[in-house]
Write a protein that binds this ligand. Structure first.
Ligand code: PHE
Length: 451
């Protein structure tokens, strides 16, 4: 499309894409999964998934997106002679819409907890904090309204466009997020008894890993890198011709991993310092942590108060840069394919995601509003992270590795032979043709009891 805008600077590219990657996946999902799956052992498997499957997978999505400079459905359709491959792009749009629906529920909780920590309502004994969360999350109105509010905030950033909306928001929010994170990590790690938490994160105990650890680590790696949703493909369509794709992918994967590790260093030392084992699952940051912060910083309630506000502000910022990227995938699609104004396209997505968000919110803790014995919220999380993301990444690697013209892939990888590190191309091709698809297939088959 002739009015297409690119990101304005290299920094903008890195911060916007890292903003998509860094989100509740790092600060909410990673810590509770690590807590449930034995700590460091899970992290090692997770790191393996990031490096060997995640980075090549990211490069592949970048290649498809930057090559076409268009929305994801068109990008996939134009990457080979068979237009049918455009279905991967459509799958990505559906996946990211579902993710935005349930992700906004948790983002809304964060928004609420930010407000509640400012007014000092999160104080009380563990039983109080637990019942407080249960009463709030099962309320039919408040959490749903906050989730929809979060989608609307995302909407108003998206309609400002790629540079003035996405890039500007990322340049503001990402540094803020990093500063907040580092301050809380320092406070948490200097608590007495914090070393047990650090040890939990760094000393592997493989006897503690659960039976589904590989699929969980893979799903978490893809979720955290925003891989398999065509989100990276959409953002790459705004990259310049000079962006070094393999370099950017590695940079973003490293940033994403470091932030996840820092999130662990923020939560586990504080939890262990007051004798709490952080294996409570998804409610970890809403039930366990408010008590942990109070008890750990009981020597200075003012410090505890500030830390709690900073923590929920951090979650809100992290969530926002990610919801922006999920929203952009569908917005770009409707804007370009239906030839409608960007704001009208964005409203379609906002409407669909809001309905899903309300349903997910109503389903929390209620398997009756759900599928296959899971609440709709848990079902959406499971079906996207553990099925749709791996499927999207698998199909992308088959397209890029086996179907598309190798010359075209090489030209994108090497920026028409101008980039340093072009000798990495054969390794990349090996990963995309064999390592990524075979590993994803084996992990999926293992999960479903086929091997
Ligand atoms: N990567 C984001 C996170 O870690 C989630 C996300 C998934 C964003 C898919 C975009 C697409 O929170």
């Amino acid at each position: 499309m002739s009015d297409r805008v690119n990101f304005g600077s290299k920094l903008g590219i890195v911060l916007a894409t890292a903003g998509s990657a860094v989100g509740l996946g790092n600060v909410w999902r990673f810590p509770y999964m690590t807590g449930q799956n034995g700590g460091a052992a899970f992290i090692i498997i997770y790191l393996g998934c990031i490096l060997f499957l995640g980075v090549p997978g990211m490069v592949s999505e970048f290649i498809v997106g930057r090559h076409s400079q268009s929305n994801t459905a068109r990008a996939y359709a134009s990457f080979s002679s068979n237009k049918g491959w455009g279905a991967i792009g459509i799958l990505g749009i559906i996946t990211s819409t579902i993710i935005l629906g349930f992700y906004a529920v948790v983002a809304g909780w964060c928004l609420y907890y930010l407000g509640e920590s400012v007014v000092g309502n999160l104080k009380g004994d563990p039983a109080f904090v637990q019942s407080y969360f249960q009463a709030f999350s099962s309320d039919p109105v408040k959490p749903a309204a906050l989730g929809v509010t979060f989608i609307l905030i995302t909407h108003f950033i998206i309609v400002r466009g790629v540079r003035d909306g996405i890039e500007r928001a990322s340049k503001l929010l990402m540094p803020l997020l990093f500063i907040l994170l580092v301050v809380i990590v320092v406070a948490s790690c200097s608590l007495p008894g914090a070393s047990k938490g650090i040890e939990f994160l760094l000393k592997p105990d493989f006897s503690k890993v659960g039976p589904n650890v590989f699929l969980e680590a893979l799903g978490q790696a893809f979720f955290s890198l925003s891989l398999g949703t065509a989100c990276l493909c959409t953002y790459a369509s705004y990259f310049s011709r000079h962006t070094k794709l393999h370099y950017s992918a590695t940079q973003i994967a490293v940033i994403d991993f470091i932030i996840a590790l820092l999130a662990g260093l923020m939560i586990f030392p504080a939890a262990f310092s007051v004798g709490v084992h952080p294996d409570s699952g998804p409610s970890l940051i809403f039930i366990t942590l408010p008590t942990v912060f109070q008890q750990a910083f009981s020597f200075s309630p003012q410090l505890g108060y500030v830390i709690s506000i900073m923590f929920y502000a951090l979650l809100v910022f992290a969530a926002l840069t990610s919801t922006i990227s999920m929203h952009e995938i569908g917005t770009a699609f409707f804007h370009e394919e239906l030839m409608m104004k960007r704001s009208a396209a964005a409203w379609i997505l906002t409407g669909v995601c809001s309905v899903l968000c309300v349903l997910c919110s109503l389903s929390v803790g209620k398997a009756e509003i759900g599928l296959f014995g899971k609440s709709l919220m848990d079902f959406c999380d499971f079906v996207t992270a553990q099925l749709m993301l791996p499927a999207g990444a698998l199909l992308t690697s088959i397209l890029v590795g086996w179907v598309a013209s190798k010359r075209m892939v090489r030209e994108e990888f090497t920026n028409f032979e101008t980039v340093r590190g072009k000798s990495l191309f054969p390794y990349y091709m090996f990963c995309v043709r064999f390592l990524v698809p075979v590993s994803i297939l084996m992990i999926l088959m293992h999960q479903f009891g086929l091997i």
